[in-house]
Write a protein of this length. Structure first.
Length: 130
């Protein structure tokens, strides 16, 4: 039955990705896939936060952890779109933009994941004190 939790989270995550990426892209330069970049960074932060926090507490069940991590974050993050956007930039002869996009996506997503883990540790520390 855990697959139902993953499916539900994936559906919600996919809709959230679509809405956020579209809103960001509409308000940004069309020459750079900033909507996808923002989704990748925020998704990396959320995955780091949710996974580390859920592993550090018994308050989040296995089913809810699956819904939030494999489900929501899996449906929300967009590395397949990231790859496609990169190839499009390369095909358009914008190799410098493609390189900047790849580097910023990877570095900022890793940093966001680390920040999510640090935030989860801080939340767990506060929770254990109270």
């Amino acid at each position: 039955m855990i697959w139902l939790y993953v499916a539900l989270g994936s559906a919600v995550g996919g809709v959230a990705r679509f809405v956020l990426a579209a809103l960001v892209q509409q308000n940004a330069s069309a020459n750079f896939p900033v909507g996808t970049l923002i989704v990748n960074i925020s998704g990396s932060f959320l995955l780091g936060l949710l996974f580390r926090y859920s592993l550090g507490t018994s308050a989040i069940t296995l089913e809810i952890r699956a819904l939030l991590t494999a489900g929501f974050c899996g449906g929300y993050t967009t590395f397949s779109t990231f790859s496609y956007d990169t190839i499009l930039l390369l095909e358009e002869g914008r190799s410098a933009r493609a390189g900047a996009y790849v580097m910023s996506s990877v570095v900022l997503s890793l940093a966001a994941t680390w920040l999510g883990i640090m935030a989860a540790r801080a939340l767990l520390a506060v929770r254990s004190q109270g």
